[in-house]
Ligand binder design. Sequence first.
Ligand code: 4AD
Ligand code: MG
Length: 429
Amino acid sequence: MKTTISEVGKYVDQTVTIGAWLANKRSSGKIAFLQLRDGTGFIQGVVVKAEVDEEVFKQAKELTQESSLYVTGVVRKDERSPSGYELTVTSLEIIHAATDYPITPKEHGTEFLMDHRHLWLRSRRQHAVMKVRNEIIRATYEFFNENGFAKVDPPILTGNSAEGTTNLFHTKYFDEEAFLSQSGQLYMEAAAMALGKVFSFGPTFRAEKSKTRRHLIEFWMIEPEMAFMDHDESLEVQEKYVSHIAQSVLKNCQQELKALERDTSKLEKVQAPFPRISYDEAIEMLQKDGHEIKWGEDFGAPHETAIAEKYDKPVFITNYPAEIKAFYMKPHPERPEVVLCADLIAPEGYGEIIGGSQRIDDEELLKQRYDEHNLSLDAYQWYLDLRKYGSVPHSGFGLGLERTVAWMCGVEHVRETIPFPRLLNRLYP
Ligand code: 4AD
Ligand code: MG
């Protein structure tokens, strides 16, 4: 019976054939232990010299790392193995013998691994991270579909910018200039006026000149937008969504979290509701702890980490000064110097995972913001139209997928959370 490693539990004490790669091997004169992987999982194949044909044992002993093969054997239940099963090998058919695989079981430096990202992805740890990423994407579609949202795809080539002009990627668009999208938000607002509750999931681009463990040049964002919802209602959606992600990863990625040595007790606490503190309170808290920060300044990574350390759940920081936030955010009705917005800061120092706000719904105020931010009416007339024809209160947010994956997996750097990271000065592979 041809099957996959993830399915072997259905065939205990039966003979199966699996297409696999050799991840690693240990052998002596009498026995060979083959660490096999097939993409769906990892399993140990045991080849006992006394129990197989001479030729099979020879093949097993000579098998090189990352060679591909069909392996046939009997599935055994084995409590000690991480997968719960082991394969007693009866025969091997080598498909392709690999020579000198560059990523050996010894330690390698980060730059070397990044140069070999196309192969590094095969490792146990990277495999686990990609599976967790996949689970977060799956849980995202599940959550929004179950809650009445429609998926809408905003364009990637645009003629406007949502998040300021300093980190835009420029490209030629026939005779015009275009940018790669920094955020689908403005288009998602138009979509919300057509479909009510919408969400997008797609790549976004920012020419970030800074090298940090939280910034990618190309990253993926989930951007929900909701008509007839104020900011407080949006926060409730956000905390339910993030809790759903954490609980889904805990439920469906146990083997992966184990491979990553993730402290899962930390993720178990991620249940709505999340604490909310105002920007004012956050500034006060930081000043009390000796940080040099004044009202009106934006938080850096150390500030976010210091705030996050006070909680064991993600924390919302609300009502930032209008000055340091995007042009489209709605001012607080009693304090126009701050806006109806929040950043969601993950625990354990993983930083801001969500930025969200209620949007300006008044045509005149939005026009005023265009002037203040030097935005041309030519490029933004369509966005103004949304306030001209049946304007409604509406709110939305963007969750950065890679930072969320880093947090769920407990990995230090976002470069390990996307298959092929685009970083400052890195376009290869
Ligand atoms: O806070 P940001 O800039 O918000 C927006 O783009 C809004 N237009 C979203 C919306 O309301 N629809 O980005 C949202 C999130 C951040 O909280 C962070 O998680 C992630 O996107 N992010 C990045 N992730 C990796 N690398 C970068 N360079 C990132 N910049 C933002
Ligand atoms: Mg932000």
